[in-house]
Design a protein around this ligand. Structure first.
Ligand code: B1M
Length: 278
């Protein structure tokens, strides 16, 4: 049974501006045994420092310590890449540093992917997913695709900078229940809307549940463009996707009832989190 360590706590990551020793002083992952807490901080700093040659070694050591792939993704990998984003925004990092850190994330995900996929036990539906045209970011989308596969979906990942016509082609070929558009840039989020318009023009809208996600995306954006579901992370995406192919399967894409049902899932999740925090 893999060790379960709480990664849902919202940490203050200010210590990541300093050094490894400062991070070790925080109570991040205090529920892990001391050597694993240290390993988590080493992995976090490995991503911040972009030392990709060592990433898989840290991952393997954590796996030997019975840490689950999910804990690594939502724990030290998430905090590490979040700090990279902050440094980039503050002009402390430039593109070469970000690319090195992204390489760490890709190597870690490649190592963890088979473990996540091994969780798949049933076939629940089909998803087509991609990062919209003009956008090269794919780390988050890969995590969403992996978690969906683990939950029983067959996922066709079209990659990055996917033009609307390629999404349409893939939907005609694979006949999914769900199509997902990822966008990480404020300059490319509009391509989610443009792609959705192409689906409507092609007469495909009602047959599909349209998911949107990515750092600049919000529920308000999802509402504005008329998508069915916004997911702030991979776990929410999976919850909503499962609901779409089970109890909500008879609702058509774009139906107000479907949209409301997606919002209800968010409310239930918030309520469960609040109850757990009490
Ligand atoms: Co870029 N980048 N980047 N970048 N990059 C951001 C997004 C930025 C916020 C950095 C910053 O300023 N702090 C900024 C955007 C600002 C803005 O738009 N307002 C930015 C910029 C400006 C750029 C360039 C324009 C820089 C330049 O060239 N001057 C350039 C754009 C290139 C292009 O796309 N055309 C660029 C390039 C790059 C790299 C190539 C170097 C690299 C990407 C490598 C790769 O992905 N293969 C990169 C990276 C790594 C980042 C940051 C640092 C990290 C992104 C990431 O992987 N996060 C990012 C900073 C940030 O986001 N804070 C940044 C981790 C990942 C797990 O989270 O992707 O949010 P995320 O995914 C989450 C959720 O959002 C959600 O679930 C995921 C898992 O929980 N989710 C979905 C995502 N997709 C979903 C789809 C769904 C549902 C949920 O359904 C379909």
């Amino acid at each position: 049974m893999p060790l379960k360590i709480d990664t849902e706590i919202e940490f203050d990551l200010e210590d990541l501006q300093y050094d490894f020793e400062d991070s070790m002083e925080t109570d991040r992952w205090h529920d892990a045994p001391a050597e694993l807490k240290e390993l988590f901080h080493r992995l976090e700093w490995n991503i911040i420092d972009g030392e990709h040659a060592d990433t898989v070694g840290f991952i393997d050591t954590a796996l030997e310590g019975d840490i689950s792939a999910r804990t690594l993704i939502s724990g030290p990998m998430a905090t590490g890449i979040a700090e990279v984003g902050r440094r980039f925004k503050m002009d402390e990092y430039f593109l070469p540093e970000v690319m090195m850190s992204a390489k760490c994330m890709h190597e870690a995900l490649a190592r963890l992917k088979p473990l996540i996929l091994a969780e798949k036990s049933e076939e629940v539906g089909t998803v087509v997913i991609g990062t919209v045209q003009g956008d090269l970011h794919d780390i988050g989308k890969k995590i969403v695709a992996m978690m969906m596969e683990a939950a029983g979906f067959t996922v066709h990942d079209l990659g990055v900078t996917v033009p609307p016509e390629k999404f349409v082609e893939a939907v005609r070929e694979h006949n999914p229940q769900i199509v997902g558009f990822s966008a990480l840039l404020t300059t490319t989020m509009n391509m989610q809307w443009e792609t959705l318009k192409v689906f409507a023009a092609e007469g495909l809208r009602e047959d599909l549940k349209v998911f949107v996600g990515g750092a600049p995306i919000s529920q308000a954006w999802c509402d504005k463009i008329g998508a069915d579901a916004y997911a702030m992370d991979a776990l929410v995406a999976v919850d909503k996707a499962k609901a779409c192919v089970t109890r909500l399967k008879n609702l058509t894409g774009g139906a107000p009832e479907l949209h409301e049902a997606m919002l209800e899932i968010d409310r239930e999740r918030e309520a469960a989190k609040a109850a757990a925090a009490e």
